[in-house]
Design a protein around this ligand. Structure first.
Ligand SMILES: [Zn+2]
Length: 100
């Protein structure tokens, strides 16, 4: 099995590449917001697919994924983490940035 960090970085980089490719295709005048929304919907679909509980009610690996509410809580934690880690989360044009 591949190193999890390598797998993560590969999936991350390839996802960004797909977005850049769709947004820059010659005949495409796709709005980057539409591209991003579609990619996010697809990523969530794949994440939910990957997090189906195994069916054993005593499985400790699946406790946090055993209901739709707990899966949503896990997904929100990841969204919060990846959002705050992003270089694009804060911008100089944010309305809550102080200006002297
Ligand atoms: Zn399980």
């Amino acid at each position: 099995m591949q190193n999890p960090e390598v797998t993560f970085q590969d999936a991350y980089a390839r996802t960004v590449d797909v977005g850049n490719t769709i947004a820059s295709e010659d005949e495409s005048d796709a709005d980057v917001w539409d591209v991003a929304d579609g990619m996010l919907a697809g990523a969530i679909q794949f994440w939910l697919y990957s997090r189906q509980p195994c069916g054993d009610p005593l499985c400790e690996d699946c406790i946090a994924l055993s209901t739709s509410a707990t899966r949503m809580a896990e997904l929100r934690k990841l969204i919060e983490h990846f959002t705050t880690e992003s270089d694009y989360f804060h911008t100089p044009l944010d309305q809550d940035v102080g200006r002297a």
